[in-house]
Design a protein around this ligand. Sequence first.
Ligand code: CA
Length: 227
Amino acid sequence: MAKLLLLEDDPAIARTVIYALERDGFTVLHCLLLGDARRALQARTFDLLMLDVGLPDGSGLDLCREVRAQRPTPILMLSARNEEIDRVLGLELGADDYVSKPFSPRELVARVKALLRRSAMAPALSNSAPGGFEVDLAGQRILLHGVPLTLTRREYRLLGALLRGPGRIHSREQLLEAAWGDDSDSTDRTVDTHIKTLRAKLRQVDPAREYIVTHRGMGYSLELHPI
Ligand code: CA
């Protein structure tokens, strides 16, 4: 039975959503505030997250980005405005799907089921080793060919972001979002510096191959090599 987290500050919307999902056999933990959801996520794991964007104590987009930097749990955004959807998709914060309010409970349940199906088919990052990488979500570490990399928190989040879209070019802005969040002191130069140290650490484990590729003026991508 799938366990879902619902972050929604509107009690009426939450009630309808919970009713529809529980009727379909899902277990739903409901949080009204961003802070509650953060604590719930530290305490247990969920099969899928449904995150409202506008909350009294912050934005669900921030939580989306935080979660995405650390784990592959499917995320469905519940968005009130079109511009928010643009941000979700435009900045590639990592949400898997969204529904715009007002939405019908039936539509939401259908999206949830589709996302769960999709994630069940996707290889679990924590068990498989794409290109020799293994993400130990519980231990918050990443292994390359079985060797744990000694990463700082920033490097862990940077590599995690790259690993979620191997072969795809991630702009410095996207990587900054993924690993630094709202830290305004960080610049593109910060990303470059951390990529450099990350490369050095990967080279210590596998000197023969280059994993992080620079795309001039565009950003970085992670190349997975056949093992
Ligand atoms: Ca709201």
